[in-house]
Design a protein around this ligand. Structure first.
Ligand SMILES: [Fe+2]
Length: 645
């Protein structure tokens, strides 16, 4: 028998459902951190319903307490619904939110600029002990003048709590393209209590034309104990870039190690738990140069392996795996299974980095693209964590064929990106070319071209070769497929920026030279000719050195002459490698105009000695539009050049 319901009960029920629905939605719509990165995965996601309920219950307890003391003024019930976005509220009078002092512990940051919006980030830590059942509330304002001057052009508020390490990530919208803004957060309860003022810049109009030169700083591999973060301070000091790109290894998971410069890890243990990863981001972001870069420029981040663990892939890392029959215990120094470790790492990353989730139904995805008018498209990959097949591991997992086995490298089903991302990458670049966009820059984690590293090993012989199978050299079939596509579709003005190696490189990759890696391994595959007249399909690759991480240039070769000898061997032994430098730590500055791309490699000679802005130019390369190769002769102040260039 059907249950009858009066219309008023039905309406009240529907209203309650709507309120609850809205309340729950608004928690993670206001503060994007609550949805990152597992909104739809019940086992991993934050239960925003439970958090809202906790806050609601906390509020009614608070009201009862207040009623026993002083009769409350106003109608604080409204704060619950208003607090989750259903109305306007005078926060200074709200008993519902944390009413104490807030410490904006890590300044501010911005990221993932679009032509109409940008993400703003801060961390609002209660100074006094905060009750867990009331939310911490912050407001934000975006100003059209610098330093908090001018008109407020966007504003809002968001809640945060211990559930997300008191981080806040909001999207400021309604902005103009290619425009500088300043922004600031404040304590809702005490509006005079404010964060630092940040500066950010939106991307140029998606369909914009006649754009100015766009300037990017490109970083990778910042290891706090290994050296100072001077490279992050360079563009702040010189004010010579607009946007920052980070290609991964933003943190390192190691417990100990590094230079004797008093920058040891706070906890001194290898990261595994959520708290571990959070604390590492917390420590790194106290670095004054890193912090200043974040508060001066919008960043676009992608991750590499060390945001989770060394040499990770979709189901394991060097020292933690779920796949071996012994399960989580194999080679595991952290006491936690890889899948749980990776989930913790990703959550902390999304809490601390102002990165967008571009597809809420594919939450593991960080690969995404950015359009800068008809000048350049940025195509940012995830070659690590999304869908990568097993990589080079030391020790190798028993019962698994080593990836240094050529048959493994040439297995066409083995992938660095997974098939979905590979198709997206090829389609995105094809579409960009079809639209007539002048340039494409692929943001890539590990070296794409072939490098014979034998000269950096202790006892090289003239015929020996040493390949980094953790780079694209370990995934040759997929690389060949991409280069064949680039060749067939006559890709033009498409180049790659790469991190990971802690050294500087210039490569010109095409089907012919890249297959030299395969030839060195004695295969019968012959070279494929390229169109030498136009070099269509050739991908110039700039590999940037580390911000601070040790590399071959400052371990056993920690001496300029030895580094230089090794670099000479590298360019001699690697067909597509034209310049190599391994001694200096620093970054790349890339300036993009319609007629050319200029890439400058900077180094910091005293990077393991002190905090300094003593920056030197290592090399400058120009790629003229339509040439698909670097202009000769090279302008190089350090490292080794292949003879004849
Ligand atoms: Fe690295």
């Amino acid at each position: 028998m059907p249950v009858k319901m009066s219309s008023s009960v039905l309406v009240a029920g529907l209203c309650l459902m709507a309120l609850t629905q809205a309340a729950n939605n608004h928690l993670d719509q206001h503060n994007l951190v609550y949805r990152s990165p597992y909104l739809n995965q019940d086992s991993l996601a934050l239960d925003t319903h439970a958090i809202v309920k906790r806050h609601e219950e906390g509020h009614s307890i608070l009201r009862k307490r207040q009623a026993q003391q002083v009769a409350p003024t106003g109608t604080p019930d409204n704060y619950i619904t208003a607090g989750y976005g259903l109305g306007v509220v005078d926060w200074a009078d709200a008993s519902y939110i944390f009413g104490g002092n807030l410490n904006f512990t890590h300044s501010v940051a911005s990221g993932d600029p679009y032509d109409y919006s940008v993400l703003l980030w801060t961390r609002a830590l209660p100074v006094e002990q905060a009750a867990v059942d009331v939310p911490v509330c912050v407001t934000y304002k975006v100003f059209d003048g610098l330093g908090g001057s001018g008109n407020v052009v966007a504003s809002g508020y968001a809640f945060t709590s211990y559930d997300v390490d008191f981080t806040v990530k909001v999207e400021a919208t309604g902005l103009k393209a290619s425009t500088y803004y300043s922004y600031q957060f404040a304590n809702c309860a005490k509006p005079d209590q404010k964060s630092a003022i940040g500066r950010t810049k939106t991307a140029p109009a998606k369909y914009g034309t006649n754009l100015d030169t766009q300037k990017f700083a490109v970083y990778s591999c910042s290891n706090c104990p290994n050296g100072f973060f001077n490279a992050y301070g360079g563009p702040v000091q010189n004010q010579d870039v607009d946007y920052v790109l980070h290609l991964g290894d933003y943190i390192y998971e190691y417990g100990t190690g590094g230079a004797p410069i008093n920058r040891t890890n706070w906890d001194g243990k290898e990261l595994a738990s959520l708290q571990d990863y959070r604390l590492r981001y917390n420590q790194y972001r106290t670095d004054p140069d890193l912090s200043a870069s974040h508060s001066n420029f919008p960043w676009i981040n992608i991750w590499d392996d060390h945001e989770t663990a060394n040499n990770d892939w979709k189901a394991g890392s060097q020292n933690s795996n779920n796949s071996y029959p012994a399960g989580c215990s194999y080679g595991n120094q952290t006491g936690i299974c890889f899948s749980e470790r990776a989930a913790n790492a990703k959550r902390a990353y999304h809490e601390w980095i102002p990165i967008r989730q571009v597809n809420v139904s594919d939450e593991q995805r960080i690969w995404r693209d950015f359009r800068f008018g008809d000048l350049i498209d940025l195509v940012a990959l995830d070659t690590r964590k999304y869908d990568r097949d097993i990589t080079d591991l030391t020790p190798t997992i028993p019962n698994l064929q080593s990836v240094s086995d050529l048959a493994v490298q040439l297995n066409s089903s083995r992938s660095m990106t997974g098939p979905i991302q590979e198709k997206w990458m090829l389609d995105t670049i094809d579409d960009s070319l079809a639209r007539g966009t002048t340039w494409r820059m692929i943001l890539n984690q590990v070296i794409f071209g072939t490098i014979n590293h034998t000269s950096t090993t202790p006892n090289p012989t003239p015929t020996s070769f040493s390949i980094n199978y953790d780079a694209w050299d370990g995934y040759q079939a997929q690389r060949q497929r991409i280069l064949q596509h680039a060749h067939d579709k006559e890709w033009n003005n498409t180049y790659i920026v790469t991190g990971d190696t802690h050294a500087s490189w210039l490569l010109e990759n095409n089907l012919h030279t890249v297959l030299e890696g395969t030839k060195m391994a004695n295969t019968t595959l012959g070279p494929n000719p390229v169109d030498t007249a136009y070099k269509r399909g050739q991908l110039v690759e700039f590999g940037g050195t580390a911000v601070s991480s040790n590399g071959w240039g400052n371990t056993w070769l920690n001496e300029k002459n030895a580094t230089s000898r090794a670099a000479t061997g590298l360019v001699q032994n690697s067909g597509s490698l034209f310049w190599s430098e391994g001694f200096y730590r620093g970054y790349m500055a890339v300036e993009v105009s319609y007629s050319k791309i200029n890439t400058t490699f900077y180094g910091y000679p005293d990077n393991q000695v002190k905090r300094t802005q003593n920056r030197m130019t290592l090399a400058q390369f120009t790629v003229p539009a339509g040439q698909n190769q670097v202009q000769r002769p090279f302008k190089v102040q350090a490292g080794a050049v292949k003879p004849g260039n």
